[in-house]
Design a protein around this ligand. Structure first.
Ligand code: AMP
Length: 278
């Protein structure tokens, strides 16, 4: 369908997901619907991006509700393959974005990004979209996918869309469904830490180490939350910065009970100073 659109000069858009759709996913779909036709979504809980002790088995699967939402939003096609179709017996080819995939989430989740980039490459090859939409919620993932598309000369433009949040700031995630009411309240600490950094930057703070220390301190204030990492990195290199410069990301990951959550703040230098986007 996308091949035909390409031949006819139409712009096809693709929104890959693991389902359990929420307003974050649907914002990607809406943006795609504004820019493209046809719009193709996929739902595939990709086994190769889950570690052996992770939540692959219990990951929320709500296919009937998801497909209804996508249809109501006007999505033209839904691709929902079986694991055995994506990874037939004997499968043995992987894509790895070296270096960038070992840091941050890649350090906490060995092999995770190898699974992500491999499945995204396969999906892009199958669907052949002109544009593909990803969320900045998974900022490292978006950075890796951009790199892969550049390195492998893929003919798809990667569009990164803003983070959609709950009214109290918690970034929407399919995994939020795991949180009990106490955990759900505590989970806002990720947003509070990033929002504190945002306010410090607006007041003129430029020292990345002080910003990281303050975020760690905020995280420690929520005793039921176990921080995995707090880092302030260059948006291209994903390497830690000492001072804010150019485009940076403040990134954090934490465990709230058994649930692993991530969030980030985008910091962009301009002539007028630093612009922050939660
Ligand atoms: P997932 O189903 O978690 O693999 O996510 C599918 C796509 O939706 C990815 O590109 C995510 O970055 C994006 N996404 C997930 N949560 C959000 C959110 N709260 N805001 C914006 N995009 C999101």
């Amino acid at each position: 369908m996308a091949r035909q659109a390409r031949a006819e000069g139409r712009l096809s858009g693709f929104v890959p997901t693991m389902g359990a759709l929420h307003a974050g996913h649907m914002s990607l779909v809406r943006t795609a619907m504004k820019e493209c036709r046809p719009v193709i979504a996929s739902i595939f809980v990709n086994p190769t991006q889950f570690g052996p002790n992770e939540d692959f088995q219990k990951y929320p699967r709500t296919f009937a509700a998801d497909s209804k939402q996508l249809e109501e939003a006007g999505v033209d096609y839904l691709f929902a393959p079986e694991a055995a179709e994506m990874y037939p017996q004997g499968f043995r080819t992987w894509v790895n974005v070296e270096g960038l995939s070992d840091r941050l989430d890649g350090r906490s989740r060995p092999g995770h990004f190898r699974g992500v980039t491999t499945v995204v490459l396969k999906l892009l090859e199958i669907v052949q979209p002109q544009k593909a939409y990803f969320g900045r919620k998974d900022a490292q993932q978006a950075r890796l996918i951009r790199q892969m598309v550049r390195d492998l000369h893929l003919d798809t433009e990667i569009v990164v869309c803003p983070i959609v949040r709950e009214p109290d700031g918690l970034a929407m995630s399919s995994r939020n469904a795991y949180l009990n009411p106490n955990e759900r309240r505590a989970a806002t600490v990720l947003y509070r830490a990033l929002d504190g950094a945002r306010r410090s930057i607006e007041r003129g703070e430029r020292d990345a180490l002080r910003l990281v220390a303050a975020m760690r301190e905020t995280m420690r204030g929520e005793s039921s939350v176990e921080t995995e990492y707090v880092e302030l990195v260059g948006a291209e290199s994903l390497e830690p910065m000492a001072l804010l410069r150019g485009e940076c990301l403040a990134l954090l990951a934490a465990r709230v009970g058994a649930t692993r959550l991530i969030d980030n703040l985008l910091i962009e230098e301009s002539d007028a100073g630093f612009r922050t986007t939660l």
